[in-house]
Structure formats: C-alpha cells, structure tokens
Design a protein around this ligand. Structure first.
Ligand code: DLZ
Length: 221
C-alpha cells in the first residue's frame, strides 16, 4: 500500500551540471554513514557526477551550521579564483588577438580559417563553481538531559539561517530521534547493517531534494 508520508516518488531532474556538498556530523556514525551513502546514491542516480560531490565532516551536529556556512563561503572564494584564472586566459588570448595570433584568422579573401586551439582554461581542481546545494546530515539521539532539545533547536534555526542568508539550498538532514532504533530505521538499517537491513533510507530523500532544489535554484536566480 502506498504510504501517505514522505515526498512521494522523486521528481526526475538532470543533476549533471550540479555541485553538491555533504556536511555531516560524526556522532552516531553507523547511522550517519548509511545516510551519507543514501544521499550520494540518490544524487548519482540523478546524474550528479561523483567528482562534483564534496564531503566534509565535523564532530557533532552542533557544528553543522557554521561548517555549512564556511564550506559555502570557501566555494565562493574558490570559484572567484577560478573565474579570475579563466579571465586571465581570455585576457591572454585577447592580447594574442592584438598581436595577430587570434583563435580564428581571416585570410586575405576574407574566409574564416581555423586558428590555433584555444588556450586551455585551467580550473582549480574540482572548484568550477559554487555549490548548488548543501546537505547537512546529523543524528541527534535523545538522552536523559536537555542536550538534545537545545542542540536540535539551535541546529535547525542555524541551518535555516544559513540557507536564507546565502540563498543556497541547505537540505535538512538532521534526524532527531528518541532512541537508536528509530535512527537505524530511518537510515534503512532496521534489523541489522547487512543484507537483512530494512527500512527507508532518508538520506536518499535528501539527495533527491538537493538535486531538485539545486536545479530549481538555478532557474530562480
Ligand atoms: C554532546 C553531544 C551529545 C550529547 N549528543 C549528540 C548527538 O546525539 N548527536 C550529535 O550529532 N552530537 C551530539 N553531541 C555533540 C554536539 O553536537 C557537539 O559536537 C559538542 O557539544 C561540541 O560542540
């Protein structure tokens, strides 16, 4: 029977032009690892290239908002550096044009001749443009104190703030569960970590959400 909960069947989007970061906490790492794998699997299934998925980790969920903000800021700086490097290439070829070494040359009869190959544009490795979406993944398991409530509240608000301040989609991959079993079930690890494992891996939803938002965000400007 179809379930009422959840985002429904994932929309198909072409993720081949996207760069996505996953920033995850390391607390409760068995669950985290499965969620990160689920998110990556979903994104690869929507065409995101493996080399365009960047993974960064922090100790605990409380560190996620700052890490997401800084990872995004760093990618902006690097993409500017990359653009400047590309710009230098254009400048060099522009000077080449002035000196008669343009990419295409016109012969005396006015026909267009193929010129020397365009100078190779160097990208800073893996830093072609800023991230189109960032997935923040953490697993908070309720304990006996109020720690859980404070961290859950701070992280939720922090991630929303980063998203609205920067305009980059921040996918909310924070599980706030009452016990380990709930966390395992939401990572597709109900009943064990091997072949017997059951349950829906929420990481896959987050991967699909990142692709959808990344693609739509480009259209929204
Ligand atoms: C301290 C703490 C506790 C008690 N529980 C969790 C948890 O269930 N999940 C999680 O991601 N992090 C937990 N942390 C660590 C905090 O998020 C944070 O890393 C530390 O308080 C240091 O700032």
């Amino acid at each position: 029977m179809a379930t009422l909960k959840g985002p429904g069947a994932p929309q198909k989007h072409d993720g081949s032009g996207l760069r996505v970061a996953i920033v995850h906490a390391r607390w409760n790492n068995t669950i985290i690892d499965a969620l990160v794998s689920g998110a990556k699997k979903a994104m690869l299934g929507q065409g995101v290239k493996e080399e365009n998925i960047v993974v960064e980790s922090v100790p605990g969920s409380y560190e996620l908002p700052l890490a997401v903000q800084r990872v995004y800021a760093a990618s902006q700086i690097q993409s500017t550096a990359s653009a400047v490097a590309g710009g230098m290439g254009s400048l060099a070829s522009g000077i080449g044009d002035l000196l008669g070494g343009s990419n295409s040359t016109t012969d005396l009869q006015g026909s267009l001749q193929p010129g020397p190959p365009e100078p190779e544009k160097k990208d800073v490795k893996g830093l072609r443009h800023t991230f189109d979406a960032i997935i923040a993944i953490g697993v908070l398991i309720k304990g006996e104190s109020m720690h859980f409530e404070y961290i859950a509240d701070a992280v939720s608000h922090g991630l929303m703030r980063v998203q609205l301040d920067t305009g980059v989609p921040v996918i909310f991959g924070l599980l706030t569960v009452l016990n380990e079993g709930q966390g395992l079930a939401r990572a597709g690890l109900e009943g064990g970590t091997g072949k017997e494992a059951k349950g829906h891996n929420h990481g896959e939803d987050w991967g699909n959400a990142a692709v959808e938002l990344g693609v739509k965000r480009k259209g929204w400007g």
